[in-house]
Design a binder for this molecule. Structure first.
Ligand code: HEC
Length: 187
């Protein structure tokens, strides 16, 4: 009997260690998850990772169904086709010729690489999507930038702060007479 006992003990030690290790692995796997749940339930800003730096602008839900304001085309090197669309507040303001745009106006500029139609040589069609750019009107929140908050997104993720520092300068310098918005309603 005696030689068996230490063997059994050894085995139960081994089992205990294995179980301990497993528990540790499970804990280590779960902790970041639990922490992220705790953080998500806290008063964190809505999807901070998906919001633009400086302005905190996000891609508005359903913008692919929004009404067209005007298409645009950008020469090489960007070489893009664009479509500026707006939410109902934007469309109403455009149709009424109302300036400045009211708070709640959202404009989205969609962009694609220009591509020659595979079926018809002289036709140009949208290629890969490049950027989604957003302007949100909130005259109080964005008072320092003409009432507009800006966001530029690639693959759904905002680009860096340096790029976001350029938005206001160009829109302010070139589109001041039209509430800093370049695009006019296409006839
Ligand atoms: C160097 C000038 C310039 C800079 C910088 C710039 N834009 Fe624009 N933006 C334009 C022009 C020009 C248009 C008109 C449409 C077009 O030609 O694509 C435009 C159009 C837009 C529109 C559609 C509404 C409108 O004004 O016509 C949005 C939204 C927009 N830009 C967002 C941004 C964001 C976000 C940034 C910064 C990340 C930015 N823009 C930086 C020149 C600029």
């Amino acid at each position: 009997m005696t030689p068996v006992e230490p063997e059994t003990k050894k085995r139960s030690y081994a089992t205990a260690i294995t179980l301990g290790m497993l528990l540790l692995v499970v804990l280590l796997t779960c902790v970041p998850y639990l922490v992220s749940i705790a953080l998500a339930e806290g008063p964190a800003p809505d999807n901070a990772a998906d919001a633009s730096p400086i302005f905190g602008v996000t891609i508005p839900a359903g913008y692919k169904q929004w009404e067209l304001i005007a298409p645009a085309e950008e020469a090489p090197p960007l070489d893009e086709l664009r479509a500026v669309v707006g939410n109902q507040t934007a469309i109403d303001a455009y149709q009424a010729g109302k300036l400045p745009f009211p708070d709640g106006t959202i404009l989205v500029k969609r962009a694609w690489k220009r591509k020659q139609s595979p079926e018809f040589a002289s036709a140009t069609v949208p290629g890969v999507a490049t950027t989604v750019q957003v302007m949100v009107k909130d005259s109080k929140k964005y008072a320092a930038t003409g009432g507009w908050g800006f966001g530029r997104f690639i693959d759904g993720k905002p680009v860096d702060a340096a790029q976001h520092r350029t938005c206001w300068g160009c829109h302010e310098a070139r589109a001041k007479s039209h509430d800093y918005v370049f695009t006019r309603l296409a006839p």
